[in-house]
Design a protein around this ligand. Structure first.
Ligand code: HSE
Length: 427
């Protein structure tokens, strides 16, 4: 039976999850055996849920990457540049197969690394970089090659989905739930990457690049996160029959590939509204397929380690055809910036000083930009005499709602910045 020898760099939640999985590989269905020949991390002495003392220790991940004993270098360090990139480049140059869960690295440098892999006749695999345990990269790359894809969309960040779900269901604060997501191993080492929408944007850009054979240009991706969402937004939206979620998408337009991440509000019977907690979901729409949806655990040590192991398993018979790989006859597309002229209904939350005429000044500001109110809900003022107001508008352009929101923000009665979230009625 063939044995594949691993060098694992990065011993955080996912690295330790992978070691646990290697240690109980008898329960899995790998084509042969995997053996860990070396590990590397920033700190040797840190307390970990697994005992790594039996493995050769490398202070320098790049040295592990090039070690003659290593067949497959597994990069679980994170970060788009710096030590992770150096180590992956070293591994590829040394003719090692590489498996990584590093979405930032792949979104920023994936295609260059892919070229380096090809030049050295090895594979670069990154199933775990997108949607944790949901096997979407290989499905897009292999199973859906017979589909002309139009749109790839869904929930691609477990931490943000956990935040919006738990805050609404338990009434706990943003900070408290984020801390819990970090404890559970969902969040990135730097959780700003999650809540700013950046992590989901990395993943969406990778999926869009594969789905549309597009040259990945991250500078064209528009990114908004959940870091401005407050509990009051989730509660008021709920009372208006809406759920707010962070949605990522890549769409094929006439000009090229539009990729964006932003919070969206949706009716509670919308298919995405029921995808709760740290779950991820990816919907692929195309011709002549229609649509297919994959849902599952998008974050956490176990699910992510299982995706890493799936890639390792694939490398028992090298494919030399990584997810970005394309043939000369494929159409090559470009990423283009999102169009600001989209039209939809919007969820608008404003905080108003609790005094006579405040609501009238709000509706006047909306009317001045042709924004019409469909539903309106106002809560009693809190101790500071500030009253939250939530509005569902009729369909209008993004330009009109942004202009109306700026006018509202400048009102004497308005407190803080209004929240504006597009409503996605159906998928
Ligand atoms: N921080 C990521 C998330 C982990 O919350 O989805 C999986 O990439």
């Amino acid at each position: 039976m063939k044995t594949v020898k691993l060098g694992i760099a990065g011993l955080g939640h996912v690295g330790c999850g992978l070691i646990e999985l290697v240690e109980r590989q008898a329960e899995l269905r790998l084509p042969g055996k995997v053996e860990i020949v070396g590990v590397s991390a920033r700190s040797k002495s840190r307390n970990r849920p697994v005992d790594v003392s039996a493995y050769r220790w490398f202070d320098d991940a790049a040295e592990l990457a090039a070690d003659p004993e290593v067949d497959v270098f597994v990069e679980l360090m994170g970060g788009s540049d710096g030590p992770a990139k150096v180590a992956v480049e070293e591994a590829l140059k040394a003719g090692k197969q590489v498996v990584t869960a590093n979405k930032a690295l792949i979104a920023m440098h994936g295609q260059d690394l892919e070229s380096l892999a090809q030049a050295n006749d090895v594979d670069l695999m990154f199933e775990a970089a997108v949607a944790g345990g949901v096997p979407v990269v290989r499905v897009l790359r292999d199973s859906l090659t017979g589909v002309a894809i139009q749109r790839v969309s869904g929930i691609l960040n477990g931490t943000c989905n956990y935040l919006t779900t738990e805050m609404l269901q338990t009434g706990r604060s943003y900070d408290e739930v984020l801390e819990e997501a970090q404890r559970l191993g969902y969040a990135e080492a730097d959780p700003t990457l999650d809540v700013s929408g950046m992590d989901a944007a990395h993943k969406a850009a990778i999926l869009a690049s594969i789905a549309f054979t597009a040259d990945l240009d991250f500078s064209k991706v528009s990114v908004k996160g959940v870091d401005t969402i407050e509990l009051i937004d989730l509660n008021l939206a709920d009372r208006l029959g809406l759920r707010i979620k962070l949605i990522a998408e890549g769409i094929l337009s006439d000009d090229g590939v539009v990729c964006r991440v932003a919070p969206l509000a949706m009716p509670t019977d919308h298919p995405l509204a029921r995808v709760d907690g740290a779950l991820n979901t990816v919907r692929v729409e195309g011709d002549p397929l229609g649509a297919v949806t994959l849902t599952g655990p998008g974050a956490g040590p176990g699910p992510t380690a299982s995706a890493v192991m799936g890639d390792i398993s694939k490398l028992f018979s090298p494919t030399a055809r990584s997810p970005f790989g394309r043939a000369d006859h494929h159409v090559t597309r470009n990423f283009v910036a999102a169009e600001p002229a989209e039209r939809s209904a919007f969820f608008l939350r404003v905080k108003l000083a609790d005094r006579s005429g405040a609501l009238a000044s709000l509706t006047e500001a909306l009317a001045a930009h042709g924004v019409s109110v469909d539903k309106l809900l106002q809560e009693s003022a809190d101790d500071s005499d500030v009253s939250p107001v939530a509005i569902v508008t009729h369909v209008c352009s993004r330009g009109d709602i942004d202009a109306a929101s700026a006018r509202v923000s400048a009102l004497e009665a308005s407190v803080g910045a209004p929240q504006v979230i597009p409503i996605d009625a159906a998928m």
